[in-house]
Design a protein around this ligand. Structure first.
Ligand SMILES: *[C@@H]1O[C@H](CO)[C@@H](O)[C@H](O)[C@H]1NC(C)=O
Length: 199
């Protein structure tokens, strides 16, 4: 399903990066590294939306730098508005998995979004082509996402030299996204990674 969940999480991260965009050219150059990226579905066994594969390389991923990604997912139901998305980010997990909850920044953060479809429309205006490589592979970037299998073949991206979100300081992170329709969980995805930046 065009791993809608991943899209939304990526979207959250991307939007936050965008929010933090600061073209202050007097900044000294820095780089950030993301280590040990891993993911898992965290929903109920009968959740309709499931991520099947997700591979990111290299490890560590360096910003700025190149990223290679591939992904596939399925949904057995159409994903249509309103598509609730709850994102929780935690930093520096202890053994018990608690860790500090990273707060909301504007509308992005450990947040409850009432409609992920609306977020997508804000990020990618309806009527314009979906960004590459989605466009090339005919992967949709707006709701509704029809039931089916969505596959992103291995694709190369360049991660530009931009300011990272202020909350993305050195540490270990766990980001969980839950996707839901009215009164129903559709899918859940958990990703973990560590950040080291010389920022
Ligand atoms: C998101 O969180 C809100 C508030 O806790 C809850 O009411 C809602 O059911 C949650 N939605 C999903 C999709 O988990």
């Amino acid at each position: 399903m065009n791993n809608c969940i991943v899209n939304v999480i990526t979207l959250c991260i991307v939007m936050q990066v965008n929010c933090a965009l600061d073209f202050d050219k007097t900044r000294t150059t820095y780089s950030a590294k993301m280590f040990g990226f891993s993911w898992e579905n965290c929903g109920k066994p009968d959740d309709p939306a499931v991520l099947k594969t997700l591979a990111l390389s290299p490890d560590p991923i360096t910003v700025p730098g190149d990223l290679t990604a591939s992904a596939s997912g399925t949904t057995t139901v159409e994903l249509a508005a309103p598509l609730a998305v709850n994102v929780t980010r935690r930093r520096n997990l202890g053994v018990a998995g608690s860790g500090s909850r990273v707060p909301c920044l504007e509308e992005i953060g450990s947040c409850h979004y009432t409609d992920g479809c609306d977020l997508l429309n804000q990020l990618i205006p309806p009527g314009t082509d979906c960004p590459e490589p989605l466009h090339t592979y005919g992967i949709p970037c707006h709701c509704p996402f029809k039931a089916g299998v969505y596959t992103l073949p291995e694709s190369d991206f360049y991660l530009p030299d931009i300011d990272l979100p202020y909350w993305l300081t050195n540490g270990h992170y766990r980001v969980q996204g839950v996707l839901g329709a009215v009164g129903k969980e559709l899918g859940c995805l958990k990703i973990t990674f560590a950040v080291h930046s010389n920022n």
